[in-house]
Design a protein around this ligand. Structure first.
Ligand SMILES: C=C(O[C@H]1C=CC=C(C(=O)O)[C@@H]1O)C(=O)O
Length: 402
């Protein structure tokens, strides 16, 4: 069934904003990909089967755009949500994301913004600090085999009217250093949901025989004052704790990709990666594949979840996440992106994001814990990571740290 191209038009505000699936939107520097409607859905399957599922899908599907778009959950045993759209539109160059043809022409700019009624930390910052302390006990125990675990917390937000994905995306797009995305999620209790965010982290891009990954780990908040900001970046670059936290991610990705590559390197080494609100340590990894026919989802299946969102070793870290976090991450800390029948694709880590369900939203922020981390430091770091999404929602975040 064709999905109407209406997204945020004023005349449909009487209906819940997410009464129809929103388009998939993927705005990277210089290009926006917009996937409209839903021609077919990829069948359920765990991440390990995704390469096979997608290649079967493309073999059978002879009509419609040659692409699947959507989201993969944090838990690789849970089904992904990938769809073949009816139409794909690409917009190049600088543009207002809300004014792309097919999105309703930015009509919401004169509509009243939803008024925030409540913000509920889940868990509270103090509980999150306790979870970090428990994880640190495990990491520091004599003979410990777990080396890193990434723990997250969330903020549940309620407004007086439905949130507008287009308005949020427009606000998030002010930061041109990140990939702004919106992707439909599986319905829950017959309600359509979506994930919207502004991720700085590239999990994997594959074009022909060339692959790129740009993992981030190790963070500090940015400052308005230029000198203070520069100092914060320099401190991060020099921080032993953050360098260890980062190196584990890079080494793990290099180990996984190396057997598939004739050439694999980190041309610039570890650098500072800036977003509008955060400094990160980042290392761009580039590779040339031995077998260019392997698809992007094959590699995503091997890489995800990286130690940037889970930990090391993966199974031990995942056990701790299950024990210490009070919710199912679902599509937070998963991946969002697209793949095509040639095996090309681009997948970003779904962080700095919020799940939207009508007038409810849940924002997420996580942080890598290694020996040397402190509970207070991780509370401050996750607060800083909430900043970009909180700003988009028009919420002053400071009071959620207690
Ligand atoms: C898990 C998140 O961030 C990851 C990505 C960059 C830096 C991170 C860190 O410094 O801990 C995290 O590994 C998140 O923002 O929710």
């Amino acid at each position: 069934m064709a999905t109407p191209l209406i997204w945020i038009d004023e005349e449909v505000q009487a209906e819940p904003a997410l009464a129809r699936p929103i388009p998939f939107v993927f705005k990277t520097a210089g290009q926006t990909m917009l996937a409209l409607g839903q021609l077919a859905t990829l069948g359920d399957g765990a991440l390990a089967n995704l390469a096979e599922l997608t290649s079967d899908f493309f073999e059978k599907q002879t009509e419609g755009p040659d692409v699947l778009v959507g989201a993969l959950p944090f838990d690789p045993t849970q089904p992904s949500h990938l769809v073949q759209p009816e139409r794909v539109l690409r917009v190049q160059g600088k543009h207002d994301i809300g004014a792309i043809p097919g999105l309703g022409g930015g009509a919401s700019s004169h509509a009243a913004a939803p008024r925030i009624l409540s913000v509920d930390p889940d868990p509270a910052a103090a509980e999150f600090a306790n979870a970090v302390a428990v994880a640190l006990d495990q990491l520091n125990a004599p003979g410990a085999t777990m080396r890193k675990v990434v723990l997250s917390r969330s903020l549940k937000v309620m407004a007086n009217r439905d949130f507008s994905a287009a308005d949020l995306m427009r606000k998030l797009s002010v930061d041109e250093s990140v990939t702004v995305f919106a992707t439909p999620l599986p319905a829950r209790l017959h309600r359509l949901r979506c994930l919207i965010g502004a991720t700085p982290e590239l999990l994997l891009e594959k074009r022909g025989g060339h692959i790129v990954s740009h993992p981030l780990a190790g963070s500090a908040r940015r400052h308005r004052d230029t000198a203070e900001d520069r100092q914060a970046g320099n401190r991060l670059l020099a921080s032993d704790k953050d360098r260890r936290e980062h190196a584990m991610v890079v080494e793990s990705i290099l180990d996984i990709l190396a057997p598939y590559c004739v050439d694999l390197s980190t041309p610039e080494g570890t650098c500072l990666r800036a977003t509008a609100s955060m400094w990160h340590l980042g290392t761009r990894i580039v590779g040339q594949l031995k077998d260019a026919s392997l698809s992007s989802v094959h590699f995503v299946g091997l890489l995800h979840p990286t130690p940037a969102v889970c930990g090391l070793p993966r199974n031990l870290a995942n056990d701790q996440i299950m024990k210490l976090e009070p919710y199912d991450r679902e599509f937070y800390a998963g991946a969002v992106g697209w793949c095509d029948s040639a095996g090309d694709g681009r997948w970003h880590v779904s962080i700095r994001c919020a799940e939207l369900d009508g007038n409810h939203a849940r924002l997420y922020a996580g942080a890598g814990i290694v020996p040397g981390s402190t509970p207070e430091g991780e509370v401050i770091e996750t607060s800083a990571k909430f900043r970009a999404m909180l700003d988009a929602f028009g919420i002053d975040g400071g009071r959620f740290d207690e």
